[in-house]
Design a protein around this ligand. Structure first.
Ligand code: GDP
Length: 333
């Protein structure tokens, strides 16, 4: 049986009263690429705008196996028990590239997902990372309007996804393991420069002394990096997501971060800059998609590319020709 379609007003009311079924359906609309759904989703979002922005947005990254889902389950449970409402979202870098999933669609965070104070939404599938970016951001806004006051956004630290998540959160943490030395080399430095806290997980049993040593190593390293957030010193901490040890302390760090950055104005400034960046990245995304999906560009691009490679056409001239084709088509539309 085809469900009767809800009106915009019904969606708005349902989200504001935290009707979880309606919230989930509103997110499905936001995630849809169909023009009709997109139009409706934008009407809903516009009506909800006065109710968004009142949460603390936290990004969590780490390699597969670092313990992200175990940590989020323990952290989320702790927050729920302390009067918060927690929404968990994911940005899965693989879904846009391979169609598969690194974060996994297996039932994760089973305990937390049964808690009525928590809302877990898996990664939106399909589309470019830019498309996933929009969907995750808008899903976050819907969750805020529904009254979730802590938003956790999980991603695997590969490729561009951690930059995308950094661009939509207030606080960004790296979940790390012992053996800091290996991680500190190479690409990890890039992630370190985005982080407000390095949390060394699995600090339990035989692993505890190693975790504490890793904490020192990280702290020494972090000391020489420019902090991700002006006026905030990024430090390393340890915890055991499995045993729940160190979890309240991590929340204290987040609270302190929020207090410090709100006082200094950095919190609001970052949010404003994120909104501006969002506008520009959406424009770039739109233009890029529109350009490369243009039939005449698709036809001419390989030919022009060949001319450049064979040395009969300069790159600048080639690009000018392509843009000419694109703009002429636009004008004749
Ligand atoms: P993810 O891939 O980053 O989401 O990692 P998972 O949360 O799935 O954890 C990977 C493995 O590490 C699982 O077998 C967990 O039980 C284990 N694990 C996670 N956190 C801890 C911890 O604090 N201590 C110990 N000993 N094991 C942990």
């Amino acid at each position: 049986v085809k469900r009767r379609e809800r009106s915009v007003a019904e969606y708005v009311e349902g989200v504001l009263s935290n009707d979880r079924t309606i919230l989930a359906q509103a997110i499905t609309l936001v995630e849809s690429n169909a023009a009709k759904h997109m139009e409706m989703a934008q009407q809903i979002l516009n009506a909800l705008l006065p109710h968004v922005g009142k949460s603390i947005r936290i990004g969590i990254t780490g390699v597969p196996g670092a313990g992200k889902s175990t940590f989020i389950e323990a952290f989320g449970k702790f927050l729920c028990e302390n009067g918060h409402r927690v929404a968990v979202l994911a940005v899965d870098p693989s879904s846009s590239i391979t169609g598969g999933s690194i974060l996994g669609d297996k039932t994760r965070m089973e305990n937390l997902s049964r808690d009525p104070r928590a809302f877990i939404r898996p990664s939106p599938s399909g589309g470019t990372l830019g498309g996933v970016h929009r969907k995750t951001r808008e899903t976050m806004l819907l969750c805020e309007a529904a009254g979730y006051d802590v938003i956790l956004i999980e991603t695997v630290g590969v490729g561009q996804s951690e930059f995308v998540v950094r661009s939509m959160v207030d606080f960004f943490m790296l979940l790390a393991l012992t053996g800091a030395g290996d991680e500190l080399q190479g690409m990890k430095k890039g992630i370190m420069e985005l982080t407000d806290a390095v949390v060394i997980n699995k600090a339990d049993g035989d692993n505890k002394p190693k975790a504490l040593a890793a904490k020192e190593e990280y702290n020494q390293f972090l000391h020489y990096l420019r902090p991700a957030t002006p006026g905030w010193e990024t430090k390393a901490y340890t915890c055991s997501a499995l045993l729940g040890e160190g979890i309240p302390e991590i929340w204290q760090v987040v609270e302190q971060f929020v207090e410090t950055t709100k006082k200094s104005g950095v919190f609001e400034m970052r949010r404003r800059n994120q909104l501006k960046d969002w506008i520009y990245s959406m424009i770039k995304d739109y233009l890029e998609t529109s350009f490369f999906s243009h039939p005449q560009i698709k036809e001419k691009l390989p030919i022009i590319e060949n001319n450049v490679i064979s040395g009969t056409l300069s790159v600048t001239k080639a690009v000018q020709e392509l843009l000419q084709i694109y703009e002429n088509k636009k004008a004749s539309e």
